[in-house]
Design a protein around this ligand. Structure first.
Ligand code: AMP
Length: 236
């Protein structure tokens, strides 16, 4: 972690103390919402758990909300399904309707952790009108790694935990119940990456100009990516 000075490194209690200080700084700095930003498969959902535990902000994943709408068979789900299966973005008005309802809920009053939202400049502009964004964490992973990551991704439907067949295998006891998302196949992934580069990645510059973007190397272990996120957020 960047906050560890050489003279402090070496003993576990010291390391723990430095981590605690970093985490306390983070809690103090984050009064509004945090956005987890990055291409599909960058590890946003995986990292969200740690930030949620640390900040007590609820995770708001538009992808999860849309998948829930599809399995409920709601009109919104019917509308979103074909876009999602093609790897295209769901129209802004649908997403903004979902978000404005979610932000009215009691647990969102001190900010939330957005995962997969906003994905267009129009969404970010609307978000600015209804919430305060304190920080945007961009998890950076090159395209080449994304396809391998996504095609091997599996989810535990009981806990929502995400695994990878090679890089983060699930325990033997739960392997039988793991599922693969319908849009986690190579053809759809390439479309999702195209949508990301054309419509979503320009947001990085938009947030950088506001001085709230932190960039994190997503090609490290899950633990190291998490440490870098916490360290950089506490410095913001
Ligand atoms: P995710 O679970 O974040 O990878 O999202 C899965 C799919 O849901 C995306 O490929 C889009 O089709 C759709 N989706 C999720 N969030 C958004 C958003 N903020 N704007 C538009 N489409 C979205």
């Amino acid at each position: 972690m960047e906050l560890i000075r050489p003279s402090l490194v070496g003993t576990k209690p010291t390391l723990n103390r430095v981590c605690l200080i970093t985490e306390a700084l983070l809690r103090r700095n984050m009064n509004g919402s945090i956005v987890l930003f990055g291409p599909p498969g960058a590890g946003k959902g995986t990292q969200a758990n740690r930030i949620v535990n640390l900040t007590s902000k609820p995770q708001v994943s538009t992808g999860d909300m849309l998948r829930a709408a599809i399995s409920d068979g709601s009109n919104l789900g019917v509308e979103a399904k074909s876009f999602m299966e093609a790897g295209e973005l769901v129209p802004d008005d649908v997403i903004l309707g979902l978000i404005s309802e979610r932000l009215k809920m009691e647990d969102a009053k001190d900010g939330v952790l957005f995962d997969g939202f906003p994905r267009t400049i129009a969404q970010a502009e609307e978000l600015d009108k209804i919430a305060i964004v304190s920080a945007v964490v961009s998890i950076e992973v090159p395209d080449d790694s994304i396809v391998t990551r996504i095609v091997g991704r599996r989810m535990d439907p009981e806990t929502g935990e995400i695994f990878h067949v090679n890089f983060n295998p699930a325990p033997e006891t739960i392997i039988h119940r793991l599922i693969q998302r319908k849009d986690d196949n190579e053809i759809t992934v390439r479309n999702r990456l195209k949508a990301y580069h054309e419509q979503t990645s320009p947001l990085a510059l938009w947030y950088e100009e506001k001085g709230i973007l932190v960039k994190v190397n997503g090609e490290q272990s899950i633990e190291e990516v998490g440490d870098e996120i916490i360290s950089k957020l506490s410095e913001l």
